[in-house]
Design a protein around this ligand. Structure first.
Ligand SMILES: NC(=O)C1=CN([C@@H]2O[C@H](COP(=O)(O)OP(=O)(O)OC[C@H]3O[C@@H](n4cnc5c(N)ncnc54)[C@H](OP(=O)(O)O)[C@@H]3O)[C@@H](O)[C@H]2O)C=CC1
Ligand SMILES: O=CC(=O)O
Length: 339
């Protein structure tokens, strides 16, 4: 298989789930290593799976599949709405008319679906990917789902003799376009090793977290924090407006202090202008909060901030903001102020 010159080798962190406290250290180590664009770490073309399937070509799936194609991979795509396959076909992708056919014709198949229901259906449904799987093949689910759904998909895939890896991503539309995602993987380590060169084309780092469910849990915890951060930021912007301050100045003040975050710097200016170009749909953020609440419930852990935050995103959904960017949650607070 041809390897594109833009292929960028990266070093992985490979830790088990008991090593959480080591992550920041390992991750910083990883970042410093990444600065060396050394061919030493580049996998040989022979190491790459020969054919790659990609199911689900939404905001995230499209650029991820594009990056694989641009890196020279042999990619076959499927999407429920067929028209979304066209741009990828014009870049050189093949097309099959069901997840089953994609899985049957590929060594490793990725799935990037909206939610637990669609992820389970595409993997385990009537013409689902599991029907086309078998020994020697691999299924990598990069959707954000709960651990139970991931385990269900894993069971169906493994029953065919194939391997399964859950690999939800941290990072939104732009990191997906730039190949800068963070993969939170768990499952069959043999597939982790096989898929690593592909993850490295689409992402900047990868964590191997052990048993299926740990990747989903890590992703839900991260997005629980992100959703609460965004809601708190939105409250700050609305309150600053209400007391006669310039919210743009608040964005600048926050950017210079200890609570600065790339997310505030990127989203703040457009939130001030009530503009919410969709990178991460609000409905998906609310889904992640709902799933995080379920995760917390399973271990009787109180998460009152996340619970209140979830209610705010539900209000935003009820105002028709589901498909806007999740920063549109601020509108739920503006509506309340007008009542
Ligand atoms: N956007 C982001 O910033 C990030 C998103 N994620 C997660 O990644 C996943 C995908 O997100 P994103 O790309 O933004 O979402 P989109 O809503 O843009 O895409 C969702 C994809 O799922 C497909 N789909 C939905 N329902 C079904 C179904 N019943 N059967 C088959 N296919 C279905 C859609 O197909 P169709 O085109 O036909 O509608 C589409 O391909 C989600 O789990 C999300 O939480 C993770 C990190 C960042
Ligand atoms: O899941 C969303 C993200 O930005 O990460």
């Amino acid at each position: 298989m041809a390897m594109c010159s833009t292929f960028y080798p990266r070093l992985s962190t490979h830790l088990n789930c008991k090593s959480f406290s080591l992550f920041p250290v390992k991750h910083r180590f990883f970042v410093s290593i990444k600065a060396f664009s050394s061919q030493t770490f580049a996998p040989k073309a022979d190491d790459l799976p020969a054919s790659i399937g990609f199911l689900g070509l939404g905001i995230m799936g499209n650029p991820m599949a594009q990056n694989l194609i641009k890196a020279g991979c042999d990619v076959t795509v499927w999407n429920r709405t067929k028209s979304k396959c066209e741009p990828l076909i014009s870049l050189g992708a093949k097309y099959k008319s069901s997840p089953e056919e994609v899985a049957a014709s590929c060594d490793v198949t990725f799935a990037m679906l909206a939610d637990p229901e669609s992820a389970a259906d595409v993997a385990c449904g009537k013409y689902g990917a599991a029907k086309g799987m078998g020994p020697g093949k691999g299924y990598v689910d990069v959707s954000t789902v709960d651990g139970e759904t991931s385990k269900l998909i894993c069971k169906h895939i493994r029953a065919t003799g194939a391997h399964f890896l859950e690999a939800p991503v941290s990072g939104s539309k732009k990191p997906a376009e730039d190949g800068q995602l963070i993969f939170l993987t768990a499952g069959d380590s043999v597939l982790y090793e096989k898929a690593a060169p592909l993850l490295d084309i689409m992402g900047k780092s990868r964590f191997y977290l052990g048993e299926v469910g740990n990747g989903a849990a890590m992703k839900l915890v991260v997005n629980m924090v992100m959703g609460s951060m965004m809601a708190s930021f939105a409250e700050g912007l609305v309150l600053s407006e209400k007391v006669g301050l310039d919210p743009s100045v608040l964005v600048e003040v926050i950017s210079q202090g200890a609570i600065s975050a790339p997310m505030y710097a990127v989203k703040g200016p457009s939130m001030v202008k009530s503009s919410y170009p969709t990178a991460f749909p609000l409905k998906h953020q609310q889904k992640d909060l709902r799933l995080a609440l379920g995760l917390a419930e399973s271990v009787s852990q109180p998460i009152p901030i996340a619970a209140a935050t979830n209610e705010l995103y539900k209000v935003a959904k009820s105002h028709g903001l589901s498909d806007q960017d999740f920063s549109a949650v601020i509108e739920a607070l503006r509506v309340k102020l007008q009542q």
